[in-house]
Design a binder for this molecule. Sequence first.
Ligand SMILES: Cc1cc2nc3c(=O)[nH]c(=O)nc-3n(C[C@H](O)[C@H](O)[C@H](O)COP(=O)(O)OP(=O)(O)OC[C@H]3O[C@@H](n4cnc5c(N)ncnc54)[C@H](O)[C@@H]3O)c2cc1C
Length: 427
Amino acid sequence: MGLSKWTDPYGLVQKGDDKLSGKPGIIIIGAGIAGVHAAESLRKEGFRGRIVLMDRDGQMPYDRPPLSKEWLTGEMDSASLLLRDPAVYEKLDIDLKLDVDVTSIDPVRKTIDTKDGSSYEWDKLLLATGSGLRTLSIAGDDLQGIFYLRGMTDAAAIKQHMQHVKEAVIIGAGFIGAELASSLKQLGINVTIVERSSYPMEKIVGREISAYFLDLHHRNGVNVITDDSVAQFNGDTMVGEGVTVEGRRIPCQVVMIGVGVTPNTEVSLPHLEIDGGYVVDQYGETSIPGIYAAGDCTVWPYNEVPIHVEHWDHSLNHAKTVAQNMVNPQSAPYSYTPYFWSDQHGSRFQYFGHTQQWSKTVLRGSFESDTFTNFYLDDQNIVQAAFLCNQPKNALPVRRMIKHQKAIDPEVLADERVALKKAVWSQ
Ligand SMILES: Cc1cc2nc3c(=O)[nH]c(=O)nc-3n(C[C@H](O)[C@H](O)[C@H](O)COP(=O)(O)OP(=O)(O)OC[C@H]3O[C@@H](n4cnc5c(N)ncnc54)[C@H](O)[C@@H]3O)c2cc1C
């Protein structure tokens, strides 16, 4: 891949100590799923030096996926959101520092600076800064009742506001928007999604699956408007309606905007390669020796091609592998198959692999039964990705297929009478 290693004019490699023991140790910026798992894995790998885990958020590290699903609908309590019991950090001697915003890195002094004027030393640094919200600028968007959702504070504000809401507008039919629509519907709220494209998420799942999603929402009573976007919000102090470019007026007491995220790479420095995320090699090391990155904030080599994903499972597994490499340099190349899931209207969707250019798709099962697996094949009939709807039993053979990269007869794939694991091994 295109990661050009810095030639190390400051002699950082020599200064660093691979088997760290005393201070200053390792600093991790970001205590999301990646940061927390990296800290824990450093200990599991036998690292006995100092670990400082920092986050600009003031909350104990928590999980994000339930915020649009079971936490919002009240099926999960707040305590269950915590990634770890607070006692775990103490037990593992992880120095958790919350409300600390890292503003800059000095690779020569090997320090980081924070917004409150403090400075911390490191021997090795892990950037686990995750993603930040993409925002829109729409007339009237300063009215109350208009929300984005990334963290606990957003989610708590949304939940509080929803108590008096009958009608909601969701902008964007991506995974977060679609999950919010499903959760709000479950709470008895009338939901309209406004989506500017004809087929949401078509680039990821293809037109057929995108159309399936639209149909699923319609069947569950969600009003989905495509090929249109909200141009203005009206209201007194509180939002009362959204007006679209096509002139539709949609009454609402709450608006949620879910138009994607971008990697948090504001903490940067010369020679640190950033190209749609911190660019890392297969060991998670950036272009600057001793500085690593993991999770949502990275661009990493998948089958030797640099990719960027924003998935919980990747962040967790990537962080574990990168931590291994921080303790024992270049010992564990990352070779995980990307995976994400989504829950909507009682269905579980799972996506394995990564491709945006497939030659054909093969459907096993049927849309009508809401039970199917859709395979994405390249021109040599090699499965590059698969989308599973309510078929968790297919997860393992699908992972194997994607890992082994062997051609499979599309007719065999489509034939439900042939067990999938047989299809994997019979080729
Ligand atoms: C509502 C919601 C639902 C989701 N549902 C799913 C799902 O169903 N399936 C799925 O696969 N994925 C889902 N995701 C995505 C998944 O949660 C992310 O991929 C995952 O959280 C990324 O983990 P991370 O640790 O890499 O980054 P993050 O979770 O973004 O954590 C990064 C942390 O770094 C901190 N930080 C950033 N910059 C600084 C700085 N300069 N100084 C100090 N701290 C800093 C941030 O405050 C943040 O806490 C969902 C996300 C959201 C928001």
